[in-house]
Design a protein around this ligand. Sequence first.
Ligand code: 1PR
Length: 535
Amino acid sequence: TVTFKSPAKYSVRTSAASGNDSAVTLFDYGAGNVQTPEDILNAKRLIFPGVGAFAAMMDVINQNGMADALRTYIEKDRPFLGICLGLQLLFESSEENGPVKGLGLIPGVVGRFDSSNGCRVPHIGWNALQTKKDSVILDDVANRHVYFVHSYRAVPSKENEEWVSSTCNYGIDFISSIRRGNVHAVQFHPEKSGDVGLSILRKFLLPNSSKTKKPFEGKATKLAKRVIACLDVRTNDNGDLVVTKGDQYDVREQTKENEVRNLGKPVELAGQYYLDGADEVSFLNITGFRDFPLGDLPMLQILKYTSENVFVPLTVGGGIRDFTDANGRHYTSLEVASEYFRSGADKISIGSDAVYAAEEYIKTGIKTGKSSLEQISRVYGNQAVVVSIDPRRQYLTSPYEIGFKSVKVTNPGPNGEEYAWYQCTVNGGREGRPIGAYELAKAVEELGAGEILLNCIDCDGQGKGFDIDLIKLISDAVSIPVIASSGAGTVGHFSEVFSQTNASAALAAGIFHRKEVPIQAVKDHLLKEGIEVRM
Ligand code: 1PR
């Protein structure tokens, strides 16, 4: 069993006694003295799940002799699987904070995706593999979706064509995997690509015994729209961590007891949604703003247990900020996020703290580099940082009534108002702030957010559909992916949001928890409507 944790904290272990051909070494360049170049040279089978930034990785592996050991290991055609940066480092150089030299084994330069051709950067989500016949570990997964999350890519050329085992298209054709002999590397994340990814890993780890019962070949052609299941988690009055769900953010039952609504257990529900076909699972620790999340060990355990069985990306949010505990110990937001990542999160989501950072940035025009958003995206990459926006609709009779961006609304307000602006809130919608969703989205993109989770307090839990006016406004304003959230009630609401806005993903909670609409029904409907999804 190889457990992947992300990012930058892979534990390096040889999983079986030497002499056993199925032993696998998981290479952790971040752990310094845990591994030596000899560990690489003696590996039976080496997996290199590179994470973080290219330059930082090359610095570390050049300094401790790992780069030379890796080059030797690969030149000897020993079994190797590089993942993400573990593919990019094989090329001559990367433009990420560079140029920075790579191992130079494959001709080509790793460059950044160009967002000016209409593609959002980072490239996040499930995209289609175009495999070649001799790709070996990918042989059974032609035209299937696998999970990518990256801003840099290598492109196929005459010089490197003998290496390329699959390509993928995102504005341009880029290299999604390479193979020569026993050396494989993939740009996507097999450990996050569901059953398709597990099949690829199995083929690499057990090359002789992995006769796939039935090939996984599919009809995928492009980046799929994602369907995300969201679990709002909090402690109930008995002290148990439960999945809850509010109406316009009020999670208490309208009974005499006024108890917190309990819709199930987080790990169980997340596991079920994975099996049901969710493309991602999000956990929002909705009282994280007042309870220190590292005091909330159950939340970390939830992530640990979930990531053992759920092989799609996990996002966690709530309470990510600097914090001083009762004993005077100061924790930075980076430490809080690192703890979440170590426990199995692939992305963290910041709510309130991003609002304060954006307000400050708009006021001063200065990027201090000190906000949680900037610090975490600098260390873990912007693809690992989601900003969750909790706006409330405020109607206006005229767009000039307020200094924030407004829209002409599809449905007029209670007094016939034709316009609205979307006021950002903090602390779970409890406090309105002097900043609009449009201004916030643009500011956080500049500060380093890689994705936006766009809620709407007015629509939350109402089942009447997403706020199309809001989602259009924000998804047209930024060039990072936007996740539409709040209000899904029917399968038609998903096709509506994807056909009328530029949202990359749609998230729902209540309809899945109450088992009113299965995830598979959403996907079947989208497919019928001609919207590509991962099946
Ligand atoms: O401010 O960094 O501590 O983050 C707090 C996080 O918790 C934010 O992401 C915020 O959105 C979330 N949150 C806080 N309070 C609540 C609440 O409900 N009382 N939940 C809350 C937000 C909204 C969505 C929900 C969708 C879909 N929940 O996550 O899942 O609206 O619901 P639906 O499909 O049932 O309509 P910080």
